[in-house]
Each structure stands twice: as C-alpha cells, then as structure tokens.
Design a protein. Sequence first.
Length: 423
Amino acid sequence: MKKILVALLLSGGFALAQGPNLQKDYSQIESKVVEWRRDIHQNPELGNREFKTAEKIAEHLKSLGIEIQTGVAHTGVVGLLKGDQPGKVVALRADIDALPVTERNDLSFKSTVTSEFLGEKVGVMHACGHDTHTAILMGVAEVLSKNKDKIKGTVKFIFQPAEEGPPPGEEGGALLMVKEGVMENPKVDAIFGLHINSQTPVGTIRYKSGGTMAAAQSFTIKVKGKQSHGSQPWSGVDPILISAKIIDGLQTIISREANLTNEAAVITVGKIKSGVRFNIIPESAEMIGTIRTLDYDMKDLINKRMIEMTETIAKAYGGEATCEIKEATEITYNEPTLVDQMLPTLQRVAGTASVQTQKAITGAEDFSYFQKEAPGFFFFLGGMTPGNTESFPHHTPDFKIDDSGLILGVKALTEMSLDYLNM
C-alpha cells in the first residue's frame, strides 16, 4: 500500500486534493473558521446542553445543502455529503461541549458564561479546545461541499456532544451516538478526528500508530471488617489496614506484573472513605479510583489481577473485599494500516518535518467508541504560538489556543477525506 501511495503522489494521482481550487477555498474559509471558533468560545455550553452550538452547526450545514440529522445523542448533529461519484464512506468527528471552568484569559472573546454543574454555579469555558474542533469541521464541510465533483463516495460529519462525559444519571457522548446508529446508514468505512494541543507549536501534527490514548476505567473497592474499640484492635478486623495493604498490592500489578516495555499502564486510588472517630476501628471502608491502559491484553490482565488481589488480601487479614470495575472509555486505537495509508497526506499538507510521532497519552478520549465500529485515525494539531515560552495545559482557566493553527486542521481533514475516498 505504501508503494502504491508513493506512486500516486509522484504521478499526480492526488492532484484533485491539492489543486489550486482548494487552495483558494482554504484562503476564503480561514477567517470564517476563526470567527466561528471565537463565537463558540464566547458562548460555551456543557455536555448534553449544547443547544445553541448545535443550532449554529445545523444552520451552517443546511446552508451548504448538506443533509442533516439533529438531536442525535441529545444535542448532536450529523451531516451527510454525497459526492458526485459512488464509493466508500468516511466520517469526520468534532466534539462540541465545554467544561465547568471559569476562564482567566484576557481575550476579546473571553467566556463569561455561567451555568449549574452538580448543583453548583460554575463558570463555563472551552478549556480543552472543542470550540476549535467544531469550527475546523464546519470549515471542512464548507470546502468539501464546494467540491462534490472531487468526492468519490460520502462524507459523514459527526458533531458530538458530551465528550467530557454526560451529567450524572444521563447517557451521552460517542457511546450514545454509536448506540443510536451514527456509524450506520450509511455504514462508515473509516473515521478521522483531531485534537488541538496547547503545548504543540502551530503547524505541527503529532500522531501515534496503535494505542494512542488510554482506556479509562473506574473502580470501586468495598472492604468489610469488624468494628472494635481503637484501643483493642485484636478484637476486630481493621478495614483501614486492609485498604492500605490493597493499595500497596495494586501498585505491584503495575511494577511487577504489567509488561511496561509494551505500553504504559496506571492504577490510581483517588479517594478512600472510612471511619467516624479517632478511637473507633470502623466496620467498613470504600476506595474509588481509575485504571488507564493502552493495550487490550494488559487491560484484561490488570482487571483480572485487581479482582483477585483485592479479595485475597482482604481474606489474609480476616476481612472481605470486592472490586467492581466499570468502563469509561475504550483505547483510542489508531489502526496501523490506516495510519500508513494516510501519513503521506498529512506529510504533504503539513510538510514531512512537521508531522511527528509521539508517545502514548494516558489521558482518554471517547473517540475510541467510533474506532470500535470502524478503523480510525486520531491525531493532534498544534495550537501553541511558535516561540511561546509559556503554555497552559488543557482543562485549566488559562488554556489558550493560537487561531492561526486552525487552517491546518481544515486542510488535513479535507485532504485525508478526499485521498481516502479516492484510494
């Protein structure tokens, strides 16, 4: 396949995807993309509540003559653009939700929006860059809608709500979109997505073949002991002591059993609750935490050993314990064959030196649920001003993106779509 792609590039086989008409379209769309991004940034909405954002997206797609479906997974919007020739189906995804973060930047389009989250009044901010993802995909839709004659197949635009997770008690995000059939009718053959990064220079694209972002799981461990007076521990079974031993034991799964030369893995206990008074050994304890894995076999091993170790350690100290593990997101897995196929496109668009491999990330992305249904390629787009000596991480009040990096995202997704459909 690599040889075929090289031959196509040398022979001008992808000329339609890089012709002068598209360059003109890119020039015309760039200021619109920046304007859309700033408007969305100034008017952020939390997950499953992205009503105005969805309306803006739907109106734009309608204006382009793109067939749309609204109300998908509560507030999601799906657009369908059929090319002038039949062929495969490629999907492009952008997440549209914001975070309960109060913005601290001094921008002309700074968010001053407030909302309610978990019963508290909070600021709302696009502190992860989903506003840029939405604007980029709106731009891609406009460019491709003007070039239907170059599309051999169909492009499905997926604007997804609640990537950061739905409110408690609600379903949402990519998982709900999949349940509602977004990857069917027509069936998607491949899906592409990107994520802006505040600590990667503008003009740079970074990617990893295989597991690129971790599966996230939550766990709850309940320990049952026997209550007694704090001065007489021999008359009871201490669930706090058992919890400490379990926490220590869990870390040996990572340090002594997981093959870390393959991929990274993490077990973190984030909260432990037990007891009411200084001189009472309580009857029970509860721990909650997260597991992050980048390899399916490692994930299965870690889950199995956590359950076994929890029960065995508790029993060794005279108590009982259970470990319940729940899925949050799957592994964001870039299909290696698809990565190899699309890499020449990214290199052509950004320049070979600006397309760089990176190590896996233990953060999670629910784009992974789409990749369970079709081969996918998820990459990272630079959003940091070149030469900047201070950049702020995602999910923080000072998070900031350089708008000049957005047009590369438009070009990348547009030309990946055309090249994939014309293979």
